[in-house]
Design a protein. Structure first.
Length: 605
């Protein structure tokens, strides 16, 4: 009997892991299918309509528990003998991070339940942009960001990644806009104002996604297209031209891509993340359209989630490393296969440096892979730990067991757990049987426990380095003594390593000299500009100040703006300036970006 059989018994009643971030009682009644019918109201900044769930009953309970946040629940209905009839519901108290539980009476025979509701303009999982906040300036734009627990702010739902559900949706928008979802998007340019979607593969609720805007479509290949505002459509299609090759590469290593099409949606600059792996339609920040394909590892990352995360999913947010550690590992393997070891090594080394920074900054208990979140909001603990420490754990296993054996293990892992959600404990059991026991005395279980349950990094953790970066460091030493930099062959990665590792006592003259020779203040590469502007704050390099202002006003990707605000908050003068810029920038920032940065600029620390 294979493990996949054991797990299959639990599908439909996924009670294996306790998810403290959801009120759903999945072991009593679960909701394997959703029919969504929503109207996008830009004037009111609301979604209005109803959600209909097919019920799967696992015991005698007569109540359905759903998660909500900031929703107005209008009424609830049950389908009994093909007739909709009203039913009672109650809302619980507001919890600061979990929202409110919605308890619906479902009796003992109803097959479906329907909730009529509307969202609030302040819904944490939606952003509403005025026409002025888009590039085209003609039409408004809205999009969702549901991970980790924001689905509940736009759908009353059993908002736990331990649930898997399929969905259909009917979405009504103003006539001149196109709606898209994490589903079977049409490639038609027509804008009828009503759109039908189907997502036939069961996904966790945080992967339900929607956007509506003045979108154009350009195909890259038979199964890959870019959806974007017209201004960036051609550039994005050029930037991401390697996506079909990435899919083939990943399939060769880890088995078939199981989601039919893979399309990319380029969001407005306020999108708070680099990317979001919404199935069939990754949501992507425009800040990686760099003009030189140097930041496409982000596409490799979102694509990799089609195996790790979307196909095999963390059962709770304590297990986030199961999504992100595997995905960072697969991302780097895709980059290596397509672009060579040199580039892959540089990207791994850059990630490692970021991780070391986080390990220094975070409390020890927050550097554990199988983190104990309590009921803290999972947004508050996103760091490099689940990503890069998780990745290093897998690199470690690869080195110990050899690539051939480890690749075979991973390929089997994706097959055995396809379309399932698993916990860290389940992974450990599987790892022991399918890898450790097959080559005894290679890695002890105590070492696995150290990786998964102890803070920081084990003594013998891999320490990624890069020959290319060693050469950058040699050049830097010569340059600091007055020599010339030879940067013709440098890519974005070498520049980032160079800027991030400049000595903090670098002279004002040397800052000005660098800027004169390489126009770093004016760099249009979002990552290089970020690294330079951050150094400029530390070094009080005033010529970069206006660029810093415009950068903060035009980019909303939290990873790029938040470290700048954090640095600015360290001195009273800079803090005052940063608050002024922030207030101006705020309407263009996503609610998540607002929350994080207000804590930095107005918090008590
Ligand atoms: Zn990811």
């Amino acid at each position: 009997m294979s493990l996949s059989f054991v797990v299959a018994l639990l599908v439909g009643s996924p009670a294996q892991a306790e998810d403290v971030h959801s009120y759903a009682r999945l072991n009593q009644v679960s909701t394997p299918h959703l029919d969504l019918n929503l109207t996008v109201d830009f004037e009111a900044r609301k979604l209005k309509g109803h959600a209909t769930y097919t019920l799967a009953r696992h015991d005698e309970t007569t109540q359905l528990y759903l998660d909500t946040s900031d929703l107005t629940i209008e009424r609830a209905e049950l389908l009994v003998n093909d007739q909709w009839q009203p039913t009672k519901f109650t809302l619980g108290d507001v919890h600061p991070s979990l929202g409110r539980e919605l308890i619906v009476d479902i009796g003992s025979v109803a097959k479906k339940v329907r909730i009529h509701y509307q969202t609030a303009p302040t819904a944490s999982g939606l952003q509403w942009l005025t026409p002025e906040q888009t590039a085209g300036k003609q039409h408004p734009f809205m999009f969702s960001q549901s991970q980790p627990i924001h689905s509940r702010s736009w759908i009353p739902i059993q908002d736990s990644p331990a649930l898997r559900l399929t969905y259909n949706a009917t979405i009504t928008t103003p006539k001149d806009l196109l709606a898209v979802m994490s589903a079977d998007n049409s490639l038609s340019d027509e804008r009828p104002g009503t759109y039908e979607f189907t997502m036939p593969q069961p996904i966790p609720p945080y992967l339900i996604a929607i956007a509506a805007g003045d979108l154009a479509i350009k195909s890259i290949s038979d199964n890959v297209a870019v959806f974007a505002e017209q201004y960036i459509l051609d550039d994005a299609a050029w930037e991401f031209a390697d996506t079909p090759a990435m899919i083939e590469t990943t399939e060769a290593m880890y088995g078939p891509y199981r989601w039919d099409r893979y399309d990319l949606l380029i969001l407005p600059p306020s999108f708070p993340f680099g990317g979001m792996e919404n199935p069939r339609l990754s949501f992507i920040t425009p800040t990686v359209v760099a003009g030189d394909r140097s930041l496409v590892n982000l596409i490799a990352h979102e694509l990799a989630h089609s195996w790790s995360g979307n196909l095999v999913t963390n059962a709770s947010w304590r297990d986030l490393w199961i999504n992100e550690g595997f995905t960072s590992y697969v991302e780097n393997r895709i980059m290596e296969a397509l672009f060579g070891e040199r580039r892959a090594n540089m990207e791994l080394a850059l990630g490692y440096q970021d991780l070391l920074g986080d390990l220094e900054r975070l409390r020890p208990q927050d550097t554990v892979l199988n983190i104990d979140l309590g009921t803290r909001h999972p947004d508050d603990v996103f760091s490099q730990v689940p990503y890069v420490k998780g990745q290093l754990f897998l690199v470690y296993l690869e080195q110990k067991f050899g690539r051939e054996m480890f690749d075979k293990f991973l390929r089997q892992y994706f097959d055995d757990f396809a379309f399932q959600s698993i916990s860290t404990e389940q992974f450990k059991t599987y790892l022991k049987r399918e890898l450790l026991d097959k080559k005894p005395n290679t890695v002890a279980m105590s070492k696995i426990n150290e990786w998964l349950h102890e803070p920081g990094l084990p003594e013998d953790a891999p320490k990624p380095n890069s020959d290319a970066f060693a050469q950058v460091e040699q050049q830097m030493q010569r340059w600091l003594k007055g020599g010339q930099l030879q940067t013709d062959a440098w890519t974005t990665h070498e520049w980032l390593h160079f800027i991030n590792n400049l000595p903090l006592d670098i002279s004002a003259n040397n800052m000005a000299r660098l800027d004169r020779e390489f126009s770093l203040t004016e760099s249009q590469n979002s990552e290089i500009a970020h690294a330079w502007l951050k150094l400029a704050i530390v070094k009080k390099y005033e010529p970069a100040r206006e660029r810093l202002r415009s950068y903060l006003l035009t980019i909303g990707r939290n990873k790029l703006v938040s470290p700048l605000y954090r640095e600015l908050a360290k001195t009273p003068d800079n803090l005052k300036w940063a608050r002024e810029v922030y207030e101006q920038a705020k309407p263009g920032y996503h609610p998540l970006t607002q929350t994080v940065n207000e804590a930095l600029l107005y918090g008590e620390n």
